[in-house]
Design a protein around this ligand. Structure first.
Ligand code: URA
Length: 208
């Protein structure tokens, strides 16, 4: 028996869904793990199937695209970094609250920003519907109407609702980073590429 090209000699050898296992010259499993980043355009659904609109999967061309699922979602009109994989263990790991992976967004709003927002985001904002207070979030003011927001969780419409407490309408949201992983500036909206081994390694160091 060979696992990933090496003869297996240890009864405790770990074998994953993606290990190449050959038994008496016969391949018994041959699934390849896929990890992609995509620059999501506005007007595309973060789902694998949708009856009305294009989904992020429809933007891909690979024959194996239908095996993929998303690591977290972005709203219909939110743009930027989306991760896709066929490795459920990896996506669960990244989504665990304990992983505290900071998702960073560039946000444009309708009314001027002030230090009050920074303090409120840091304290946490109460969401009546769920009866929860959001975890401390970083807000860096970049301009009168523009800020970077860093979140460690992903509640439904979280950024819009946080600014909603100030009756300040969010005009656009663009996710540019998840943990140490930043959106490749060479990817135009709608384009994707495989994560590099270095990017994968760095992400795995940030998860429990
Ligand atoms: N917060 C939102 O309101 N929308 C997103 O797409 C992401 C975070």
């Amino acid at each position: 028996v060979q696992v990933d090209g090496e003869t297996a000699t240890n009864i405790n050898q770990r074998v994953s869904r993606f290990s190449a296992v050959v038994c008496d010259g016969q391949r018994t499993q041959s699934e390849t793990a896929r990890y992609l980043m995509l620059n999501k355009p506005a007007g595309v659904v973060s789902a694998t199937i949708d009856e009305q609109h294009d989904t992020v999967i429809d933007l891909l061309e690979q024959p194996w695209r239908h095996q993929l699922h998303l690591v977290g979602r972005l709203d219909f009109n939110t743009t930027g970094l989306v991760l896709l994989t066929n490795d459920g263990r990896w996506s669960r790991q990244l989504s665990l609250p304990e992983s505290k992976l900071t998702k960073r967004y560039k946000v444009r709003v309708q009314k001027p920003l002030s230090q009050r927002y920074v303090d409120a985001f840091q304290r946490g904002v109460y969401f009546e519907y769920e009866g929860i207070t959001t975890r401390p979030a970083q807000l860096k003011i970049r301009g009168e109407f523009e800020a970077d927001v860093g979140l460690v969780e992903g509640r439904y419409h979280q950024i819009k609702r946080m600014f909603g407490q100030f009756h300040n309408k969010v005009l656009s949201i663009h996710r540019f980073a998840m943990g140490s992983l930043t959106l490749d500036p060479d990817l135009e909206a709608g384009q994707s590429r495989l994560l590099t081994p270095t990017e994968l390694q760095a992400l795995s160091m940030e998860t429990p």
